[in-house]
Ligand binder design. Structure first.
Ligand code: SF4
Ligand code: SF4
Length: 453
């Protein structure tokens, strides 16, 4: 029976006080008239509960920087400035706005509203120099996406035959290999995270609720085996012998791609016929030289980028993925292998952007920790959010909430693009605008304009 995909979200407040973007300050010349309390619709100003004759300290975490209280205060006693602690959040693509946005998504599972009054740049490194074509955004009704119309965010993992062959009685002759259907294009990935057992279990619980795969080191299987069915685990092996530790029901394993990757893949396939075998490789020019060969042997190529969003050669996923995808398309091999991309996915929009650039699916890593309150510091030391001690249920629900908000944003994006199946977005670079192309179209040939090759 048809069952609509549903993610069970529950508002889950963070364990630590949020880092506000703005600090509201009340000076000593305040006469406690209470006008600011009436002006602020976000209730950042309240009377002191102990002595209601006085105003309490403003609650900066509620302030939305509308400046109404500042303008209306008869004493000019209020001021607002950007919080230095906010500016210090994150690093690289993990910007303060992205981190606080993810905290909000993990708390209430809602689509964030961003951009009002934005006066900054509209471009940046990597995926920030890429915009999606929302030309179908003018729609007859807004209930289309979450209402009557069906939009699929599902993806398939495994080899897809490029054509089907039938005998004279229309019996299928083409041998179909294992295909894993996922309702969302992201798997949850613990393989490169150092986390406590509680976090592991919480993330396993989230993967179960989402109906997606959990990628984890083979040595961690026991910690989550009571929580998840074997067929939803993707153990990462460092050598072929590790297969002994993999339960029989597992449908996909990944092995670290060393010089003997081909021999390893074939040995794994021989040992467990029907099981999909993936190879993990850091993005680099070397990957391109073996990619065609890999498409003939392996079922999945898991391309690893750093949390900066870059590969070993400093190339962003946006560009490296496009090259890889185009090379495989040109060789007629693209559907022979699933491409999974990881690293630097610091916002919901980066998932469909990865897919537009050629990935079939992605794995979420750093975002899982940010959902728990992580500040994405350059170095993990004296954690201000005490992430390691997050309770299992808190972890589970915060990750579910964030993933639900990310899926909803994908539905909005697909609806606005007029695409009903996320699979159709793969490699569709024509549905995106790349900064260098826009720059070239606008400025090339203009005397004095910057020339972009
Ligand atoms: S409006 Fe100004 S003077 Fe009145 S209570 Fe608020 S800060 Fe004080
Ligand atoms: S700036 Fe606006 S949101 Fe912030 S405290 Fe003043 S009235 Fe409230």
């Amino acid at each position: 029976m048809y069952e609509r995909y549903h993610i069970g979200t529950v508002v889950t407040v963070g364990r630590h006080r949020p880092v506000p973007k703005f600090i509201v300050r009340r000076e000593g010349n305040c006469i406690n008239c209470g006008k600011c309390e009436r002006m602020c619709v976000y209730q950042a100003h309240r009377r002191d509960p102990v002595d209601p004759r006085k105003m309490a300290e403003p609650d900066s975490t509620l302030c939305k920087n509308c400046f109404r209280c500042v303008v209306e205060c008869p004493q000019r006693a209020l001021s607002i400035r950007v919080n230095d602690d906010f500016k210090a959040l994150g690093n690289g693509v993990w910007t303060p706005v992205r981190i606080t946005t993810m905290w909000g998504e993990a708390e209430n599972a809602k689509i964030p509203v961003l951009g009002a009054g934005y006066r900054g740049l509209f471009s940046g490194p990597g995926f920030d120099a890429m915009w999606t074509d929302m030309s179908e955004i003018v729609r007859p009704t807004r209930d289309g996406i979450h209402g009557r119309e069906f939009i699929s965010t599902g993806v398939d993992i495994g080899r897809k035959p490029s054509l089907l062959r039938f005998d004279d009685d229309m019996r299928l002759l083409t041998e179909m290999g294992t295909i894993i259907d996922l309702p969302v294009p992201f798997m949850l990935d613990l393989s490169r995270l150092v986390v406590s057992e509680n976090i592991m279990k919480g993330i396993a619980g989230a993967a179960k609720e989402l109906g997606t795969l959990l990628v984890l080191p083979v040595g961690s299987i026991e910690k989550v085996s009571a929580l998840m069915a074997d067929d939803m685990l993707v153990p990462v092996l460092s050598k072929v012998d590790d297969l002994e530790r993999v339960p029989k029901g597992v449908r996909l394993v990944e092995i670290e791609g060393g010089p003997d990757w081909k021999r390893d893949v074939n040995e794994l396939k021989r040992s467990r016929p029907g099981m999909l075998v993936g190879v993990r490789m850091t993005s680099s020019p070397d990957l391109l030289t073996v990619a065609n060969d890999m498409a003939r042997e392996a079922d999945v190529l898991h391309v690893l980028f750093a949390e900066t969003g870059m590969g070993a050669d400093g190339q962003y996923a946006r560009d490296a993925s496009r090259k890889l995808h185009r090379q495989l398309v040109a060789a007629g091999l693209r559907d022979q292998m699933t491409i999974v991309s990881s690293g630097g996915l610091a916002a919901a929009e980066m998932v469909p952007k990865s897919i537009i650039c050629g990935a079939d699916a992605v794995t979420l890593e750093g975002a899982l920790k940010v959902a728990l309150g992580c500040h994405a510091c350059v170095e993990c030391k004296d954690c201000p959010a005490d992430v390691e001690n997050a309770p299992e249920e808190f972890v589970r629900q915060r990750v579910i909430n964030m993933c639900s908000a990310w899926r909803d944003q994908m539905l909005e994006m697909l609806g606005a693009m007029g695409i009903r199946d996320l699979r159709r977005l793969r490699g569709e670079t024509g549905r995106a605008i790349f900064q260098e192309d826009a720059h070239r179209d606008a400025f090339s040939g203009i005397e004095g304009g910057e020339k972009v090759e």
